[in-house]
Design a protein around this ligand. Structure first.
Ligand code: ATP
Length: 462
């Protein structure tokens, strides 16, 4: 049977050291993954690109790095302890556990229709499942438990006494760390409205949906910005549309994905949180199940800061020195999963041409910018020269060294991890021209360039 695109990408990721199943030798832990040597580099490149683009590249955004473990009071105030839950249903026959909204959405998608399940009660979910006679996807039986809500936050008990005093949570999103530090940032830096606070780091959610690689995991990295402004002075639509443009630009021009695989989807009134004035998702056409949320953009008004003002009793307003007026700013929030960006980048880059499969990653993203080979591993003079070039390039780029097998095999393995350039040192290099052969991943075309031109070549062709 021919493999689907997702199966091919997943197999390549395992084979070439991008993504491994979490705790694999002990049977695994569902929805956890570990990143291998290539995956760690790609993830780091995407993370750095996000930070460079949205923090260092802007005059109006500052960074923050808040604790992963935080007081339960933060999550009470934000509404997460009461409302951050999914509806879950079990198949009594095969013990499969599912999110009720996914079971219903998949059922209607198969029928070629759509069903909006946002905001339904557990009883309403169950009624649809019964009325539609929905079968378990795993065993085909109709034998469902009642639908129950379960909270996605991971509780942590600090110290040795359990109870309210010791209860904390692993953060379910990075955004709350920004809201609770809003006043600290205002008081300790020279920011002035409008401005953003960005955070990049891990979040944790007790997700039960299985499969689809790193799309939905219980531990993942988020890149979020809370952009604060005074709605009386700044037009929110301008900020909102500005972020739409930069999110699109990031996906298409910085990560290099095909624009045809991206689209915007506006949240309906039912779907949108009650405090949000507008929410749109940037969706990517993942090879499993089509367009799915990549990046959310929401105008959250002053809801979050007001909740923390109410619960903490602290004044989180900011003084407008021009008007001497105190303002509780409104926020617009772009929120993305770095791992979802990585999965999109991998799926989009996977290319097959004849016998060849390779990752058409942007050179700046690839785990290695170049690989260096001595033509023959058993000729010390070639190895010595190649080693010298490798060491010189290593000062400026991540470079791979490979002297195993034949050149064809070396090319194939570098292609599969997306290395854009392979540099071979041969006898002509030593005896004739002080030039190397540089081969480009996408076209497999080769040219000879002088050793002292390699660095410029790699910079110019990135
Ligand atoms: P979804 O509807 O897919 O569960 P969400 O609407 O709950 O996502 P947000 O709370 O808006 O997601 O989080 C912002 C971003 O964080 C999402 O757009 C997504 O890229 C990422 N994200 C959310 N949950 C996960 C997860 N479990 N694993 C990986 N990335 C996630």
């Amino acid at each position: 049977m021919s493999q689907t695109l997702m199966e091919k990408v997943a197999a390549l990721c395992k084979r070439r050291g991008f993504i491994y199943a979490g705790s694999e030798i002990y049977g695994g832990v569902a929805n956890t993954y570990d990143y291998g040597p290539m995956g760690a580099e790609l993830l780091r490149n995407i993370r750095n690109l996000w930070w460079n683009n949205f923090v260092h590249g802007r005059d109006d955004v500052v960074g923050l790095d808040a604790s992963l473990i935080s007081s339960h009071k933060i999550w009470d105030a934000s509404g997460h302890t009461a409302g951050f839950s999914d509806a879950m249903v079990d198949c009594k026959n095969c013990k499969g556990r599912y999110r009720a909204d996914h079971v219903i959405e998949d059922h209607f998608a198969k029928k070629g229709t759509e069903q909006n399940v946002e905001g339904l009660t557990p009883e309403e979910f169950k009624k649809i499942m019964v009325d539609e006679k929905i079968k378990c996807a795993k065993c085909g039986k109709i034998d469902w438990t009642d639908v129950r809500k379960f909270n996605l936050l991971f509780p942590v008990h600090l110290g040795i006494v359990e109870g309210d005093q010791s209860l904390a949570y692993l953060r379910g999103e990075t955004a709350q760390g920004i809201f609770v530090n809003f006043k600290n940032v205002v008081d300790s830096t020279r920011v002035k409205l409008p401005f953003g606070i960005a955070q990049l780091g891990k979040s944790f959610r007790n997700e039960i949906t299985l499969g689809n690689s790193i799309f939905r995991t219980i531990e993942f990295e988020q890149g979020e910005i809370e952009y604060f402004f005074d709605p009386d002075k700044t037009n929110w639509e301008e900020i909102f549309n500005g972020f739409k443009d930069s999110m699109w630009d990031f996906a298409v021009n910085k990560l290099g994905v095909n624009a045809d695989n991206l689209r915007w989807r506006v949240h309906s009134d039912d779907e949108r949180s009650f405090y949000s004035k507008r929410t749109e998702d940037l969706e990517y056409n993942y090879p499993f199940g089509g367009f799915k949320e990549l990046w959310g953009l929401a105008y959250r008004t002053d809801y979050d800061l007001n909740q923390h003002i109410k619960h903490s009793g602290k004044d989180l307003s900011i003084l407008d020195t021009q008007t001497n007026k105190k303002v509780v700013p409104h926020v617009i929030e772009p929120a993305v999963g770095i791992n979802r960006l990585m999965l999109m980048t991998l799926c989009d880059a996977y290319t097959e041409e004849g016998e060849r499969s390779f990752l058409k990653l942007k050179p700046s993203l690839a785990p290695y910018r170049a690989a260096v080979f001595p033509l023959l591993a058993n000729k010390p003079e070639l190895v010595e020269k190649a080693r010298e070039i490798y060491k010189t390039l290593q000062k400026d780029f991540r470079v791979a060294w490979d002297d195993r097998g034949n050149i064809g095999k070396r090319y194939a393995s570098q292609d599969e991890i997306g290395t854009p350039y392979c540099i071979t040192i041969d006898f002509d290099t030593l005896e004739k021209d002080q030039k190397v052969t540089i081969r480009f991943r996408d076209s497999a075309a080769q040219e000879r360039i002088a050793i002292d031109q390699i660095k410029d070549y790699l910079i110019q062709n990135t």
